[in-house]
Design a protein around this ligand. Structure first.
Ligand SMILES: Cc1cc2nc3c(=O)[nH]c(=O)nc-3n(C[C@H](O)[C@H](O)[C@H](O)COP(=O)(O)OP(=O)(O)OC[C@H]3O[C@@H](n4cnc5c(N)ncnc54)[C@H](O)[C@@H]3O)c2cc1C
Length: 444
């Protein structure tokens, strides 16, 4: 690594203003030992259907640890991003497509998870960022430039120099591709269509079980979850467009990419209305509750995700370029841990960089920074590779173990046994939609 001058701040360039890049920037921005700049290809006012408007799950210990380290002004805004939980916490369950509960996931680890608005998290992390986030800058490549450090080049032909370059540029990371040319991502052949629906007292009551469900049918699945804003829990809504500030129901309909009911065009070419029709067609014969939720989804909120997963990354020689978050360990969404891990990476790297004070003022500063980056990379790779693997298992439980009706039935049977073995905060399975099913039976 090129020696940073002992009396000069370390020039840190971060590519990407996602949760990972912004957390790292916020944790370093007030420390005079660092001069941090984030380069983001997008614009500050991105709105609407993008992923920025959905939600993430985060554990309270990670959130607390992050809160404690953030500047006070950001902390206040971060608190506003935390959604309201139900009295017994975040409790999900696996069910079949007829809303029969198979396995409740209400162990403390999942019950404690907090639902965070990605939009509000981004807003919080962008506060006071005018001096450290540069929008509209598309990273194209880097070059180790002798005594000048790392030369970072952008698509517009401009370039800057830094001492440490961090690729926080998401799953398709260009920084990773240059740093680790052999690293690849595998296609799972699964595509999920996400929609939002208005969150009102009525639609809240339509959530099939507690805080949400993963309904699994052979070769298909549907997730129902929500973000309930503390200041404005229920609308009012513009039914054409759900504002990213608002509470919402989140619906995600997954299937193999080549098994769309509508085979007339590639999913990427479908309009939001066609994607909504696709979900409704796919759910023919499913429980009316799931179909009703799909029917009230708002087309303009659609987000189409072709699920890919990072192939394991081997450790590399530490130097002046590193990666974090999805750039290093993009994973399937079936464990809901991608953003949490990006945030943990950022906190770990910030802590390591701040501990380079030991070498302050001497010519060993360069080696100290490299050593700390190396320590970060070891722990990040160990954790990241493991969670990528687990989230791929989770996808296999849904799709590979559900590839035929028989397999699906057997998988659900095992889940039902598992449910018996797990502790639950309440003895009874909540009445809805069980009571609904009973009423249906009586009506018949
Ligand atoms: C629908 C959905 C639901 C999810 N739900 C959850 C959940 O509940 N919990 C959870 O923990 N995770 C969840 N995830 C995963 C989570 O979104 C990601 O893991 C997380 O966003 C990764 O953060 P990041 O900062 O590493 O990358 P990103 O959020 O992808 O940010 C990367 C940034 O880099 C920018 N960028 C990319 N290339 C360039 C370039 N060349 N030049 C400049 N800028 C560039 C991008 O514009 C972007 O702003 C979900 C994902 C999906 C698809």
């Amino acid at each position: 690594m090129t020696p940073p001058q002992p009396d000069q701040p370390l020039r840190v360039a971060i590519i990407g203003a996602g949760p990972g890049g912004l957390v790292l920037a916020q944790l370093l921005r007030d420390d005079p030992r660092f001069n941090v700049t984030v380069y983001e290809r997008g614009s500050p006012e991105v709105k609407g259907a993008s992923l920025t408007g959905y939600r993430i799950l985060i554990t309270p210990d990670i959130l607390d640890s992050l809160r404690c380290q953030l500047p006070a002004d950001v902390r206040v805004l971060l608190d506003k991003a935390v959604g309201l939980s139900q009295p017994n916490g975040n409790r999900m369950c696996f069910m079949d497509e007829m809303c029969q509960v198979k396995c409740r996931l209400d162990v403390p680890a999942s019950r404690n998870m907090l639902s965070i608005s990605r939009w509000k998290l981004r807003k919080a992390l962008l506060s006071c960022s005018s001096n450290f986030v540069k929008f509209g800058r598309v990273f194209s490549s880097y070059e180790i430039d002798g005594a000048n450090g790392v030369k970072v080049s952008f698509a517009d032909g401009e370039s800057v120099h830094c001492d440490l370059l961090i690729g926080a540029d998401g799953a398709g990371s260009r920084v990773r591709k240059q740093l680790l040319p052999g690293s690849g991502r595998s296609n799972t052949d699964v595509t999920v269509i996400y929609f939002k629906a208005p969150f009102t007292p009525e639609t809240e009551a339509m959530i099939p079980w507690a805080s949400g469900v993963l309904a699994m049918a052979p070769r298909r699945s549907m997730v129902v979850a929500y973000y309930k804003d503390a200041e404005k829990p229920y609308g009012p809504y513009d039914l054409e467009k759900i504002d990213p500030e608002d509470s919402f129901l989140m619906l995600g309909m997954g299937s193999y990419t080549n098994e769309f009911v509508n085979q007339s065009k590639h999913p990427d070419e479908m309009t939001p209305e066609e994607l909504k029709d696709e979900c409704l067609n796919r759910a023919r014969g499913w429980h009316p509750l799931l179909r009703a939720l799909l029917a009230i989804s708002v087309p303009s909120s659609v987000f189409l995700s072709h699920i890919k997963t990072q192939d394991p990354i081997e450790p590399w020689e530490p130097g002046p370029v590193t990666i974090l978050g999805d750039a290093a360990h993009s994973m399937t969404p079936y464990l809901g841990q991608g953003a949490t891990n990006a945030i943990v990476d950022a906190m770990t790297l910030a802590e390591k960089l701040k501990s380079t004070e030991d070498g302050k003022g001497d010519e060993n500063k360069q080696q100290t920074v490299t050593a700390r980056v190396g320590e970060y990379e070891s722990s990040m790779l160990k954790r990241g590779n493991a969670v990528v693997k687990n989230s791929l298992y989770a996808l296999h439980v849904v799709y590979t173990l559900g590839s035929t009706s028989w397999r699906s039935w057997f998988r659900n049977l095992i889940l039902s046994f598992w449910d018996l073995l797990m502790p639950h905060p309440t003895d009874e399975i909540e009445p809805f939609p069980v009571s609904y099913n009973q009423s249906l039976k009586k009506a018949k």
